[in-house]
Design a protein around this ligand. Structure first.
Ligand SMILES: *[C@@H]1O[C@H](CO)[C@@H](O)[C@H](O)[C@H]1NC(C)=O
Ligand SMILES: *[C@@H]1O[C@H](CO)[C@@H](O)[C@H](O)[C@H]1NC(C)=O
Ligand SMILES: *[C@@H]1O[C@H](CO)[C@@H](O)[C@H](O)[C@H]1NC(C)=O
Ligand SMILES: *[C@@H]1O[C@H](CO)[C@@H](O)[C@H](O)[C@H]1NC(C)=O
Ligand SMILES: *[C@@H]1O[C@H](CO)[C@@H](O)[C@H](O)[C@H]1NC(C)=O
Length: 823
């Protein structure tokens, strides 16, 4: 019995001893061996510390950077900020050195010649077995290796094939359009470009890769963002081998749950598409990324087939990689252009010259050279991926070095991109002109000196996708907006999955003049069209004025027959467009959209104007001269006051007196001859109005440059004013000399009483008085003249009605004058 106990316990002791030896080997002897092996070859570095390696120092340095109370100044020297440990160790130990992530050896290689060797040799330096990113990306394209990787890489290359990319462009444009529509609310204000760009890139990847819109995928994005946060937090936390599986931290529990939820959400998207195919709603899985993956998943050929897990992991990879990379690139580009307005102007000029107001297409995107330089300089200073990691499984030769097995190789992209030996002493300055002659010239043919998307067989497969999306978004933003950095911006680039601005990128947005001349009309038009209101298309600056003038000229050039179908003649454009587009349609008087409404129900709604939503239109320049700010054209409070006066003047009682006299006498107490001059002048002004009705005025210009018609009409306006004042003064004199004892009961009298009123609420100004006189001269005379003339014409051609009317008049009045009672 005792023997058994001894036997068992010594067995246990032996097992324990073996475990300790194995552990010691892993966390002590092997690191020490690797370290001395590398040192003997001249590769120095911070010493390995038992179990922790250099993690404590790394965390300390990183925290120091984050905690340092003063915010970072606005410098592009971000290498010491983002990777402080690599920065200071390169300075201490040289371009290539050895450091320790726990007990894992990491050879940092920043020498371009060696980098090229590593990146081109995927056999000896495969992508590192994923650790912390596994839950986030799954076993997707970014993280898998070997055979499996090749199969997936083929699928992805297929999805991002040039032809497929071309088909994605309309979706990209639609996504940017959606973003710019949101931006209309921020004109003249601050906007967080980073937040906006993240929504944009998510929207784009949802549409292009998964054929669904952002809102549907939003849930997945939110979960992935949470997951990315946990991953970044855990990066330098050590796990004692074996323990991690037994004890779960809160983060572990949460990320497990997130992982399950993400999986469920993606399966839902997949199932939806499957059922669309099954029910016959769609006839194939589609040509986007999801479609290609689903075809592979359902493939009968084993060499093509992928598992459901593969499919899900791949989707995760594309959600994350597809959005984060582009978001990082675009945000930093906007940041840099906000500071460097000279390059912003250059880029805008190139975009406007190449594209004008057209949307970008595959052909012209590749010709955006300056934008390409700007993007590359952004990628150099703020690379989306600050490091790449490879691993060495078997001892391998690298340059003159022998690298032992089980060493990770870290390529600090940011160190290479910020190396003064490669880029010169001005490496920290934003100088897109470096890339004027392309990458080889910029790097002196040093291929591995510029590797924003990696190099060799594992170059980022979404590289072309990212560049195309960035170019489209930039060109569409640049031609509508100018932006400058907001004073609220805090500079703090942090490496998460990609290098991102910790506090966002706040810029001040200013709409370009072109928005008034082009984008706003286009937007209004599409908004109306989406509601079924059609109409002739808006043309740059002119709107439809050319067509309107043309139609009017054409119809006026030939005499009309004696028919009452006058609509096609007086408004030929409205006539033909109602026929073409329906009862209600949208047309453009220059930049001014005009909704033509001929539907009686809607007309009633507009004219009754219960909510005061349809005030009288602000008069144009010429009409203002013609009518002044009189009753017909004013609005609001002022209108109310004047309307009261006019109601009084045209009150039924007053009208009884009016009817027997012509307007100038009744309203102004003077005879026609006295005012002939005023009528003539008003007729002249009316002529200027109709002549200029469809002339397009460019905003602001009208105030500076006067046309000949403007000068002439200014003079006529002044003359009319003088004439009216003369009549007013005349009557005032009559009252003062006592010739008459009041201003009179006519309209002029009522206006003059109001002008002299001591009560401020009733009082009107001299200008108001003059404008009101003008309005009544014109409105009364013109309206009456029009009605009377056309009645005479119609009675001339319809003798039967002329006879009927004559009979009625003779029966009522006999030979007497009409009076208020019987009229
Ligand atoms: C390395 O890349 C080549 C060429 O792209 C490919 O054929 C090979 O399978 C890759 N090897 C590994 C281990 O990924
Ligand atoms: C851009 O490309 C499209 C089609 O590829 C072409 O129709 C358009 O004219 C081009 N625009 C310019 C300004 O070259
Ligand atoms: C920018 O970099 C990419 C990738 O290296 C390259 O293909 C492109 O030609 C570069 N463009 C310019 C203008 O340097
Ligand atoms: C990107 O596009 C260019 C030109 O169309 C092509 O040569 C290159 O292979 C593409 N790169 C990737 C990673 O698909
Ligand atoms: C004006 O009308 C003529 C004759 O119908 C036509 O040839 C011309 O193209 C029109 N011009 C415009 C700008 O619509």
């Amino acid at each position: 019995m005792g023997g058994v106990v001894i036997y068992l316990s010594s067995g246990l002791c032996l097992l324990f001893l073996l475990f300790v030896i194995k552990l010691l080997n892993k966390i002590w002897w092997t690191p020490i061996r690797i370290q001395s092996q590398m040192r003997s070859q001249g590769i120095k570095g911070p010493s390995y510390k038992f179990f922790h390696g250099n993690n404590k120092e790394i965390i300390n340095m990183k925290n120091e950077m984050i905690m340092s109370s003063s915010p970072m100044e606005l410098s592009h020297q971000i290498f010491p900020i983002t990777e402080p440990h690599i920065y200071s160790w390169i300075k201490l130990y040289g371009t290539n050195f050895l450091m320790w992530h726990g007990s894992q050896a990491e050879l940092v290689v920043a020498e371009p010649k060696l980098i090229k060797e590593i990146m081109n040799n995927n056999r000896s330096f495969p992508k590192r077995e994923p650790r912390e990113y596994l839950k986030l990306l799954g076993n997707g394209l970014v993280t898998t290796r070997g055979e499996k990787w090749l199969k997936k890489r083929k699928l992805a290359v297929n999805a991002f094939h040039a032809e497929n990319l071309k088909n994605m462009i309309p979706d990209m444009i639609a996504s940017v359009d959606m973003m710019l529509e949101r931006w209309r609310d921020y004109e003249g204000k601050e906007i967080d470009a980073y937040r906006e760009i993240k929504v944009l890139t998510s929207e784009t990847i949802s549409r292009t890769a998964f054929g669904s819109c952002y809102l549907e995928g939003e849930n997945i994005f939110n979960m992935l963002t949470k997951m990315a946060y946990i991953v970044a937090k855990k990066k330098y936390k050590l796990e004692i081998p074996g323990i991690g599986k037994l004890l779960k931290t809160n983060d572990d529990i949460e990320s497990d749950k997130l992982e399950r939820d993400i999986r469920d959400s993606i399966i839902k998207v997949v199932k939806k598409r499957e059922s669309n195919v099954l029910t016959g709603e769609a006839e194939s899985y589609g040509n986007d990324l999801l479609g290609i993956l689903m075809r592979a998943y359902h493939s009968a050929d084993e060499t093509q087939k992928i598992s459901l897990d593969d499919l899900i992991d791949e989707c995760k990879t594309f959600y994350v990689a597809g959005t984060d990379t582009t978001a990082s690139l675009l945000s930093w580009t906007i940041f840099l252009l906000a500071i460097h307005s000279d390059w912003q102007d250059k880029a805008r000029k190139e975009v406007l010259e190449l594209l004008g107001q057209q949307n970008p297409s595959a052909d012209n995107i590749s010709r955006l050279n300056i934008v390409g330089m700007i993007i590359n300089e952004t990628l150099r200073l703020y690379p989306p991926f600050v490091v790449f990691v490879r691993e060495v499984k078997k001892e391998v030769k690298l340059g003159d070095l022998i690298v032992p097995a089980n060493v990770d190789v870290t390529i600090p992209v940011i160190a290479v991109h910020h190396d003064p030996q490669i880029w010169g002493e001005d490496f920290h300055l934003y100088k897109p002109e470096r890339f004027a002659q392309g990458v080889p010239k910029a790097t002196s043919n040093n291929m591995a000196a510029f590797l924003p998307f990696g190099l060799g067989p594992r170059t980022c497969v979404g590289f072309n996708f990212t560049i195309i999306e960035a170019k489209i978004a930039l060109s569409m933003i640049l031609r509508r907006y100018k932006f400058t950095l907001s004073p609220n911006y805090v500079h703090s680039p942090v490496p998460r999955i990609t290098l991102c601005p910790q506090h966002g990128i706040q810029v001040m947005l200013r709409a370009l003049f072109i928005n008034k001349l082009w984008w706003n009309p286009i937007w209004t038009q599409s908004q109306m069209r989406s509601q079924g209101i059609k109409g002739p298309s808006y043309k740059f600056i002119h709107g439809n004025t050319k067509e309107i003038i043309n139609m009017t000229n054409e119809i006026m050039s030939s005499p009309m027959e004696l028919t009452h179908q006058i609509f096609p003649r007086v408004y030929p454009h409205v006539y033909s467009w109602i026929k073409l587009y329906g009862t209600n349609f949208l047309m453009w008087n220059g930049l001014q959209p005009q909704l033509v409404v001929a539907e009686p129900d809607l007309i009633k709604e507009i004219l009754n104007d219960k909510d005061r939503a349809y005030p009288k239109r602000e008069p144009t320049n010429f009409i203002k001269k013609f009518l002044g700010d009189g009753l017909v054209t004013t609005q609001g409070e002022k209108w109310f006051k004047q309307r009261k006066l006019a109601n009084h003047a045209f009150h039924v009682e007053t009208l009884k007196v009016l009817t027997s006299e012509i307007i100038s006498r009744t309203a102004f107490g003077s005879s026609y001859l006295e005012e002939e001059n005023i009528f003539n002048m008003l007729t002249k002004l009316a002529f200027f109005i109709s002549k200029n009705e469809y002339k397009v005025r460019i905003p602001l210009i009208g105030k500076l440059v006067k046309t000949r018609d403007n000068t002439k009409s200014d003079k006529v306006e002044q003359d009319i004013q003088d004439s009216v004042i003369k009549i007013v003064e005349n009557r005032e004199k009559n009252v003062i000399t006592g010739e008459v004892d009041s201003y009179g009961d006519d309209l002029l009298g009522a206006l003059m009483m109001a002008y002299h009123d001591v009560d401020v609420n009733q009082k009107i100004s001299l200008d108001d008085l003059i404008d009101e006189c003008k309005t009544f001269y014109v409105a009364a005379q013109e309206t009456m003249a029009s009605v009377l003339s056309w009645t005479v014409l119609l009675l001339t051609t319809h003798n039967n009605w002329q006879d009927k009317a004559r009979k009625e008049v003779q029966e009522l009045f006999g030979q007497q004058s009409p009076n208020a009672g019987n009229i």
